[in-house]
Design a protein around this ligand. Structure first.
Ligand code: SF4
Ligand code: SF4
Length: 162
C-alpha cells in the first residue's frame, strides 16, 4: 500500500493502466502517481496534451488515445513515476527513466525487478537513449527493456548482472 511502503495496490494500478488492446497497438504512457502532491512537469512535457490534472495537487490522468508514446513525460517526471508500455506477441516492452551511470548496454541481460525490488524474471536491455532538450536538463536517460509479456505490469526496474 502506497501510504505504508510506497508500493501501489492493484486497485491503484487499475486507475491508470492502459488496456491490453492499446498496449498492443503502440507504446503508451502509464503513470504510477497516486498521491496528491504539488507536481506537474508531466503535464507540460506532453506535446499532445494527453496528460491533464485538475489542480497542481491532483493526480494526473493520461488519455491513452492521445498518447503517441514519445517518452517526454517519462524523462520529465522527477518521481520516476511514468513508464512506456508496449505489448508484442512474445514480449512486453517497458521504457523507464534511468539516472545511474554507467548506462547499461543494448543486448545486456539483466534481472527484472518488481516494485519491491525483487528479481522476478530475466529481462533484456533493448534500447538506451536520451531525448533532445530533456536529457540536458534532467540528466535522465531512457532505457527500454523487454520482459515476458505476462510480467509487463509487474516489472518496474532492473538490476545489472555485471
Ligand atoms: S509519452 Fe508523450 S504523448 Fe504520451 S503522455 Fe507522455 S509526453 Fe504525452
Ligand atoms: S511529473 Fe511525475 S510525480 Fe509529478 S505529477 Fe506527473 S507523474 Fe506525478
Amino acid at each position: 500500500m502506497i501510504e505504508v511502503d510506497g508500493v501501489p495496490t492493484f486497485e491503484n494500478l487499475k486507475t491508470s493502466m492502459p488496456t491490453e488492446e492499446r498496449m498492443r497497438k503502440k507504446a503508451v504512457a502509464m503513470h504510477e502517481c497516486y498521491q496528491d502532491i504539488p507536481c506537474d512537469p508531466c503535464v507540460y512535457s506532453c506535446p499532445t496534451k494527453a496528460i491533464t490534472m485538475e489542480t497542481l495537487v491532483s493526480t494526473p490522468r493520461i488519455n491513452h488515445e492521445l498518447c503517441n508514446g514519445c517518452g517526454l513525460c517519462v524523462a520529465a517526471c522527477p518521481g520516476i513515476a511514468i513508464f512506456l508500455m508496449e505489448l508484442k506477441e512474445d514480449r512486453g516492452l517497458i521504457t523507464l527513466a534511468y539516472e545511474f551511470v554507467p548506462l547499461p548496454n543494448p543486448g545486456e541481460i539483466v534481472d527484472g525487478l518488481d516494485r519491491y525490488g525483487r528479481a522476478v524474471c530475466e529481462a533484456r536491455v533493448e534500447r538506451v537513449y536520451s531525448l533532445p532538450g530533456i536529457d540536458k536538463k534532467t540528466k535522465t536517460s531512457l532505457v527500454r527493456i523487454s520482459v515476458p509479456p505476462e510480467k509487463i505490469m509487474e516489472v518496474r526496474f532492473f538490476r545489472r548482472r555485471e
